[in-house]
Each structure stands twice: as structure tokens, then as C-alpha cells.
Design a protein around this ligand. Structure first.
Ligand code: FAD
Length: 313
């Protein structure tokens, strides 16, 4: 464990995905409670491209909103959706009280000859649509006044915050080095208020990207996305999904370690070091891909000196 003084001022957040079966609901609720107790800025919930997890994502977001004090952040994808369909979806999330979004294009379905890609061509267009849909709504909201039946307090409606994805090592579709900075600039121009990065394996990947983005005019906060890689299987899976280059040092360490506990420790240490280095380099916080488990990411934050070491877990 790190002996560094915990720094409670480093903001942190988590990403979860909707449960894949009814039986994993209860476990996820417990994970939400445990993550919320650590005091994150927000907990985000992924959304299956093409709407495959729509209802289940919203259920988890509602649970976070109703049972914790943490801001729920909804990922939304637009691939395969019509303009009207995407607008209806955004309205549904806003009506549920969700005011933080991560606007994504999403990946087209594989295995179809000519998949319907949808009316929106990029995440930047989805950012604009979220902005438009929220502008249709009344600029104020009413809440009951305790003790006075029928009375309502009127207050200004909070504006939605819209995050977008950023790719420090380039999106697999990028054809040149500047394309991802240009895409981020386009998303910022469309109204994005922050960005969350794809996972990366070396602090320099993130720090260099931020430097290039700033030089090009990106001013929104860019949160580093950090994923604890605790097994060779998980490493292979994320490399396949993200197109990142194999981090040979980590891959070898995981391969030669004989025990699952040892591999877990290697992954946690790697992620904690990454978190320390990006924060030292000026990152505005850390966003952890939690894989629907609380223990690993909380330990990463403890080892990174972001959370005090818990004697209870
Ligand atoms: P876009 O920004 O529209 O495009 C991606 C890349 O294409 C750009 O970075 C750029 O390289 C290129 N590009 C696009 N438009 C332009 C342009 N006008 N000019 C130049 N270049 C351009 N997927 C899901 O299905 N569900 C999720 O919940 C989900 N969550 C994610 C969370 C994070 C933090 C990240 C990083 C990714 C997530 N993804 C998710 C994956 C994401 O949907 C895919 O990576 C998808 O291929 C790209 O989405 P995007 O929003 O970055 O798209």
C-alpha cells in the first residue's frame, strides 16, 4: 500500500455497465452503494450501441439517482438510430432526471452487410441534439414545498452537461495523427463540456495528447480513463475492442505471474501508478472503468493516494 498522504481533492469517478442478467442486479446495486460511499463526482453507465441495453442502462441510472447522492451520467450512442428516435431517447433520459451525458457515436453492428448507420453521423451531432432537446423544455422546474400542500417552488432548470470520448492513441478509424484532436475540437464546438478518454497504458499517452489538444484550442477538461487490467484474458479483450497497442511490460508481467491474486495485484499497481502519474501531470481527476466490481477500483484509488486506505474492506 502507498504511504503517501491521501489527497481528497483529486476528483474521481467510475464507469459501470448495465447488468446482463436479473441475478446480477442485486450485486450491482451493492457495488453502486459501495462506490457511492467513496464519494465520486459521478458514476457513468454504458449504453449498448443500437439500443441493446437502453432500458437496463436507465434502470441503473435511476437506482443511482434515487439511492445515492452521486450524479448519474448516461452514455448515449446514436449509431443505427433515426434523428427522431435519438431525440425521443434523450427526452426519456431527461424526463428521468438525468442531466449528465456522455455523447457517443457507438460502433456499427458487426456481421451485417449494409448496417443502417442512422441519421447522426458523429458524436458531435449527438451533442448538438442533446442541446436542442433540452432547449425545448421549460427553463424552470417545480418542486413541492414541504408542509404546504399544493404549493410549488419554482427554480431554474439545470443545464445538462455533455461529455464526449477522446482517444489519446487515436481511434481505430483515425487515418492521421491529428484526426482525434480535430474530432475533439468539433465536439467542443458542438457544445461538449468535458471529455473522457479511452483507456491507455502509459501516462505519456494521455499527457502528450492533452498537450496537443490544448495547443489546438481544446479547453474543456479531459478526464483520463483508467482500467485496471488484472488478467491476460482482460488484456486480450480490451486490446481487441480498442485497437490499443499491446503494453509488453504489463503483458509479460501478467503472463509469468502464476496466481490470480498476484495478477490482480500487478493490474492494481499498474493502474494506481498510472493514476498517480497523470494526476501529477495535471489531470483534472481520474475516471475508473470498474467492470461492475467495487473492490478493485477502490484499491486502485487507495494505492494511488486518492482515497485513504480503508481498514474495513
Ligand atoms: P466520433 O467522435 O463520432 O468518432 C470517432 C473517431 O472517428 C474520432 O475520434 C475521429 O478519429 C474520427 N472522426 C469522426 N468524425 C470525425 C470528423 N468529423 N473529423 C475527423 N475525424 C472524425 N460504445 C458504446 O457502444 N457504448 C458505450 O457506452 C460506450 N462508452 C464509451 C466510453 C468511452 C469513455 C469511450 C472512449 C468509448 C466508449 N464507447 C462506447 C465506444 C465508442 O462508441 C466507439 O469508440 C466509437 O467507435 C466512437 O465513438 P465516438 O463517440 O468517439 O465517435
Amino acid at each position: 500500500m502507498s504511504s503517501e498522504t491521501p489527497n481528497p481533492r483529486v476528483p474521481f469517478s467510475f464507469e459501470l455497465y448495465p447488468p446482463r442478467s436479473a441475478s446480477s442486479h442485486e450485486a450491482l446495486h451493492e457495488t453502486v452503494r459501495r462506490l457511492a460511499a467513496a464519494g465520486p463526482d459521478f458514476i457513468s453507465v454504458t449504453y449498448g450501441a443500437g439500443g441493446s441495453t437502453g432500458g437496463r442502462s436507465l434502470e441503473v441510472l435511476r437506482f443511482i439517482r434515487e439511492h445515492t447522492a452521486v450524479e448519474p451520467l448516461a452514455h448515449l450512442t446514436c449509431v443505427g438510430n433515426t434523428y427522431a428516435g435519438a431525440a425521443t431517447l434523450i427526452r426519456e433520459f431527461l424526463d428521468a432526471g438525468i442531466l449528465s451525458f456522455l455523447a457517443l457515436r457507438g460502433d456499427p453492428p458487426v456481421g451485417q452487410d449494409e448496417p443502417f448507420l442512422g441519421d447522426l453521423e458523429s458524436a458531435a451531432q449527438l451533442v448538438q441534439l442533446i442541446d436542442r432537446v433540452q432547449a425545448e423544455r421549460a427553463p424552470y422546474e417545480e418542486s413541492p414545498v414541504p408542509g404546504i400542500p399544493g404549493a410549488a417552488r419554482v427554480s431554474a432548470r439545470r443545464k445538462a452537461s455533455i461529455a464526449v470520448a477522446a482517444f489519446p492513441n487515436g481511434h481505430p478509424r483515425s487515418v492521421h495523427r491529428w484526426q482525434d484532436v480535430d474530432a475533439l475540437l468539433a465536439k467542443q464546438a458542438a457544445g461538449a463540456t468535458s471529455a473522457i478518454t479511452q483507456l491507455f497504458f502509459h501516462a505519456d499517452d494521455y499527457l502528450t495528447f492533452v498537450e496537443r489538444a490544448r495547443a489546438a484550442g481544446v479547453t474543456i477538461p479531459i478526464l483520463p480513463g483508467i482500467m485496471p487490467i488484472v488478467s491476460p484474458v482482460r488484456l486480450a479483450r480490451v486490446l481487441e475492442l480498442t485497437g490499443e497497442t499491446l503494453p509488453s511490460e504489463l503483458a509479460i508481467a501478467l503472463d509469468v505471474e502464476p496466481t490470480p491474486e498476484g495478477r490482480h495485484e500487478i493490474g492494481v499497481e499498474w493502474a494506481a501508478r498510472l493514476a498517480r502519474e497523470v494526476v501529477a501531470g495535471g489531470a483534472p481527476g481520474v475516471h475508473l472503468y470498474a467492470f461492475n466490481q467495487h473492490d478493485t477500483v477502490l484499491t486502485v484509488l487507495e494505492e494511488a493516494g486518492v482515497l485513504p486506505v480503508s481498514r474495513l474492506r
